[in-house]
Design a protein around this ligand. Structure first.
Ligand code: DC
Length: 230
């Protein structure tokens, strides 16, 4: 029997790594909902509907139904985000599009449309979906819900290493301030703020290695599937 796994949590806490590895273990489909918000941001930027100060919500609302976001498996096991059939994976991973995604994700009609598409993807179950509102809004009846977190300093350290690796000139304190700012924005927005669903398992991975994290995750998943079979 297949279940739905909803993984929510703060930014830079390793959610997508966990979700991807779990999907591989379970033989399930992995859906990165952050990529969907990023694709909407790209759509807006390309059409000139997003400037530094404003988003043309009238235009976006008039055209949002023309947009379909999907995923395509790569031979290396990874997956690419597809916007109306075009591979936009590399284009949506920039800082500009990330910031745009954070802005479009506060718009109610954008969330409603993406949630609708996400619910269709989960119809046949066998899915691991990661985001901010999966266990609370998209699949409130998911058989397994995880709320992933790690101490801000630990998340900032991981992000700092990642950025240094990309050659960015940045200090640890700047990264930590950014992590805290994003936490505040994610948990305080009016539309679907990030919060732990009552029936979600809190998963703090601050002091776990990747291997330990995966062991724990597999155990939780196997138990959830076992419970559903009874
Ligand atoms: O996880 P990410 O950085 O790719 O997400 C991009 C943005 O989209 C981020 O600002 C949070 C937002 N988001 C959201 O509001 N709801 C989701 N289900 C997933 C992402």
């Amino acid at each position: 029997m297949k279940i739905i796994v909803a993984i929510d949590g703060f930014s830079s806490c390793g959610k997508s790594t966990m979700a991807k590895e779990l999907a591989t273990y379970a033989g399930y489909t992995y859906v990165d909902t952050g990529a969907m918000y990023r694709a909407v941001a790209l759509f807006c930027l390309r059409n000139g509907w997003m400037t530094e100060n404003a988003i043309d919500e009238t235009q976006l609302q008039a055209h949002i139904h023309e947009l379909t976001v999907g995923f395509q498996l790569r031979p290396d096991g990874g997956q690419d985000t597809m916007l109306n059939g075009e591979n936009v994976e590399a284009l949506i991973r920039t800082l500009e599009v990330g910031n745009g995604a954070s802005r479009v994700s506060t718009i109610g009609f954008v969330r409603r449309e993406l949630v609708r598409q996400q619910q269709i993807m989960g119809r046949r179950k066998g899915i691991v979906m990661d985001g901010r509102d999966i266990g609370t809004v998209v699949f409130p009846d998911a058989e397994l819900k995880l709320f992933v977190t790690a101490r801000p300093e630990v998340r900032a350290q991981r992000r700092y290493q990642e950025l240094l690796g990309k050659g960015e000139q940045i200090t640890f304190d700047e990264v930590l301030a950014n992590v805290k700012e994003r936490d505040y924005r994610d948990t305080h927005r009016a539309e679907s703020p990030l919060r732990q669903a009552e029936d979600a398992i809190l998963f703090d991975n601050s002091d776990l290695t990747r291997a330990e994290q995966m062991e724990k995750l597999k155990r939780i998943f196997d138990e959830a599937v076992g419970r559903c079979q009874h």
